[in-house]
Design a binder for this molecule. Sequence first.
Ligand code: PRP
Length: 216
Amino acid sequence: MSEDIITVAMPKGRIFEEAVELLKKANYPIPPEFEESRKLILEVPEAGMRFILAKPTDVPTYVEHGVADVGVAGKDVMIEEKRDIYEVLDLKISACYMAVAALPSYNPKSEVAPKIASKYPNLTSEYFREQGEQVEIIKLNGSIELAPIIGLADRIVDIVSTGQTLKENGLVEIETMMPITSRFIVNPVSYRTKSARIDDMVDRLAEVVAKGEVYE
Ligand code: PRP
């Protein structure tokens, strides 16, 4: 990794647009093809930057291994994976929350060994351990709302954003667990070796966040 290039790991998907908007507002030159092409690496030599586009859950992995100096990652992924990275700024974008949901007919008293489906097995297990409830966790990779409907699980732990997915699938929220937003994360070695550039990036992003005018 060259010292004068900053590699930024960006999450593809629903966080992407808001993260790009934030960078643009902080006066980072985002090439137009970034939002249109399917390229996974984009070099911006005039700004001494390189952007890589990763799956949101993989962003902390790239940053932990130092192939990206910095990145944008959801707090959900950070809690689930507990990587060796610095979380330096709450970008306050992609705000949503983690919740427990079930079918309206859900009755905790009738559950013998409750099954909880989630994309977040570690976070889920920690949450129920703290609640003193013994549960069986079923790890899924998506479409979590399907699990109670089809009889795979009694409850789910998942992200709620607009609440539309729960509603359209006839599920109800039982408990709100924690608020989630995207964070600016930094590789600990990069933070030492490229401190001036990374500090400048944090300052510029923090200024935009403080103005509270990021695209929703
Ligand atoms: C996420 C999450 C919920 C949905 C919540 O899924 O897992 O299913 O979004 O959003 P809403 O409250 O606005 O409806 P995602 O779209 O990332 O797809 P997935 O089911 O493949 O995880």
